[in-house]
Design a protein around this ligand. Structure first.
Ligand code: PGA
Length: 259
């Protein structure tokens, strides 16, 4: 894993966005794996600004999002379809016909998960996968004890995930209990992975992901098995890393040179 520790959240965000922009500039028809959540909002705002400045185009890209709540139609304000349109798709030149998420309101959610997995494979798998990190170590909605070789399927959300996401819903009871999510095996097939985490509350789980054992109890630890992962952190999220000195030796003063 390549561990990049930045001084601030803004620098970490800019770094993650620059990795995506660089990949698109190198390979305009990249298949992007996209994520939602609070962490990604600044990344997408940064990419929109780069797009407006003529620095990056999504015109030839394809995208697959990690997950969607079961039961929410595309038009639901808390659906990830809605999030992606609002935070990114409506503001850049991505072809809406090539920007995919699972359909949470499909009549047969299991069949929809299988269809989505097949669509990803047919597209040649993900080129660059963007990831956030759940407080419980989830990536996508692969909750603790998910099979480390799982494919896209339905997962039951943990109480902690539902609580963390309740802020988006009027009533915490409205947070769906199930989601369709790419599997850990799906994610591990990506050519490269960029995971972004910031804030002190993520420090412990970041340390478990990078320095703990590979274990289904911390699904993100499966990334230790991937050949090309870049973990982008701010100072606070790096706070519990035992080998931090080493990471900063390998990538010195990265926070000062990234912008
Ligand atoms: P967050 O969510 O960006 O809102 O912290 C991350 C995740 O749960 O994957």
């Amino acid at each position: 894993m390549k561990i990049l520790i930045h001084q601030t959240k803004a620098l970490a965000t800019d770094c993650a966005a620059s990795l995506i922009a660089a990949r698109l500039n190198r390979q305009p028809d990249t298949v992007l794996g996209l994520a939602t959540g609070g962490t990604m909002e600044m990344v997408y705002a940064n990419l929109i600004a780069r797009h407006r400045a003529g620095e990056v185009s999504f015109a030839q890209a394809t995208s697959f999002n990690l997950d969607e709540y079961v039961g929410l139609p595309e038009t639901h304000p808390c659906s990830y379809w809605h999030y992606m349109r609002e935070k990114l798709f409506d503001h850049v030149d991505i072809d809406p016909g090539r920007a995919f998420l699972p359909h949470g309101d499909a009549p047969d959610a299991e069949a929809e998960a299988e269809r989505y997995e097949a669509a990803i494979a047919r597209a040649g798998d993900i080129g660059l996968q963007l990831l956030g990190l759940g407080l419980n170590g989830h990536i996508g909605f692969n909750e603790p004890t998910s099979s480390l070789s799982s494919l896209t399927r339905i997962k039951t959300l943990t109480r902690s995930t539902r609580e963390a996401n309740a802020r988006y819903f009027d009533d915490p009871q409205d947070v769906p209990r199930l989601a369709i999510t790419m599997g850990i095996g799906t994610i591990l097939r990506a050519q490269e992975v960029v995971l972004l985490a910031y804030g002190a509350e993520k420090a412990d789980v970041v340390a478990r992901m990078i320095e703990g054992p590979v274990a289904a109890a911390c699904p993100a630890s499966a990334l230790q098995m991937h050949r090309k992962v870049t973990v982008v952190l701010d100072e606070a999220a790096a706070g519990a890393l035992e080998l931090r000195d080493y990471y900063e030796q390998v990538h010195p003063r990265v926070g000062e040179t990234s912008s």
